[in-house]
Design a protein. Sequence first.
Length: 127
Amino acid sequence: MPVSANGATFTWDTEAIGQVRSLSMSSEKAQIDTTIFGADAFRTFIAGKHSTTLSATVLLTYSGANHDDMLADYKAGTIAAFVIDFKDGSVAGSGFITSLEITAELDEPSTVSLQIQVTTELTFADT
């Protein structure tokens, strides 16, 4: 169960990682060119597969193996479930971590910035 304070919390594969500092989502749909020779002057397209990437910066909450497990999943390319809990709802899905950066500065909280390639449809829920 995530450890929640005033903001959103990030959970990776049932392990609480910490408070979300920033969050963004990028979604796109591939376009497939179906233009044939001799057609009029405009190209034709159909929609292809959908792709979603989630980026987050999280204030780390150290509690044993949670970060070791996330790092191991990153190194192995493991697809795992994630949840971001907000005060009034949540977003959940599965994916694998494509980028991971841990920052520790003097007199600042430690953070992890990560990018997740989402492999399922995201589910949004109200609390």
